[in-house]
Write a protein that binds this ligand. Structure first.
Ligand SMILES: [Zn+2]
Length: 294
């Protein structure tokens, strides 16, 4: 029995030692794991805290961005409003300048109580192409800004094969006074100075034309029976011309040859309503000054 290497008691002791050592090892491992887990938890908490802080920061950034976007939107609409106001003011100024730049005499009704001043001279006159004159030897002049309208009218008449000539356009006060007419118009015994001035005033403006054709010439009699007059009645309004003194009017003698430039807008209205320039109220007519040469 003594030869046995280890006795039972030895084995027990060894077993016990092993158990104790193993338990110690396990406790040690457990302690480490616990420490590790605690550290991990601490780290996680820290990360969570950081993430929360970042999230808050991000939210604030988003809020700031939204606020900025809103402010930008407000500024933009304020700028748009300003732009509209500036455009309104600019167009109002443009209109005022246009009205001021246009001679209001050009749309004035003349009567026994209101006639053109003898010193009135048009702003600018241009000579009418001789090809359109009944009497090419005597130069005729027209208000410069009206010339393009008259030219288109004359070209349209020519294109329609209408025999249309100009016998008189601008006449100065002096010309009227010395009665140097290239043709004579005979009025009835009721003619008086006021009436003569009234019809004459429109010529002194430089915007009025007396038409004729080769058949009627300077006699003017029977012009209202011609194709030329019929063509003017149907077309002159398109180029801004209106018959000042129609048949049966109460203002002046019937002058089928006498056409005054009143602008295309007013001429078109008069034509479509079957009215004449002297039928309208002066205040109504004045609203067309701004668009006279449009
Ligand atoms: Zn005339």
């Amino acid at each position: 029995m003594k030869n046995k290497i280890l006795s039972k008691a030895d084995l027990l002791v060894l077993g016990f030692i092993f158990v104790v050592v193993f338990a110690g090892f396990l406790s040690y491992q457990y302690y480490h794991l616990e420490q590790y887990s605690l550290n991990l938890e601490k780290e996680l908490l820290q990360i969570k805290g950081n993430l929360e802080a970042k999230s808050m920061e991000l939210q604030n950034t988003i809020l700031d961005r939204d606020t900025l976007a809103q402010k930008l939107e407000e500024e933009k609409s304020r700028m748009d409003e300003l732009a509209v106001q500036v455009a309104d003011i600019t167009s109002a100024v443009g209109l005022i300048e246009k009205i001021q730049a246009t001679d209001e005499e050009l749309l004035q009704k003349y009567s026994r109580v209101y006639f053109l001043n003898e010193n009135y001279v048009p702003e600018s006159l241009t000579q009418i192409d001789q090809a359109y004159l009944y009497n090419p030897d005597k130069g005729q002049y027209l208000y410069t800004k009206v010339m393009q309208f008259l030219q288109i009218l004359l070209q349209a008449a020519a294109a329609d094969g209408v025999d249309l000539k100009i016998i008189s356009a601008y006449r100065s006060f002096g010309e009227q006074a010395s009665l140097k007419y290239s043709y004579k118009v005979t009025y009835g015994s009721g003619a008086n100075k006021f009436s003569a001035d009234q019809g004459y005033s429109e010529h002194q403006l430089g915007t009025t034309v007396d038409f004729t054709n080769s058949e009627i010439g300077s006699t003017m009699a029977g012009f209202d029976k011609t194709n030329t007059y019929e063509w003017l009645r149907q077309n002159a309004f398109k180029y801004g011309f209106a018959l000042s003194y129609p048949k049966g009017n109460t203002y002046y003698y019937f002058e089928p040859w006498h056409w005054r430039f009143v602008g295309t807008r007013l001429a078109e209205r008069l034509h479509s309503e079957g009215k004449y320039f002297y039928d309208l109220d002066q205040r109504d007519i004045n609203t067309y000054i701004v668009s006279l040469f449009d």
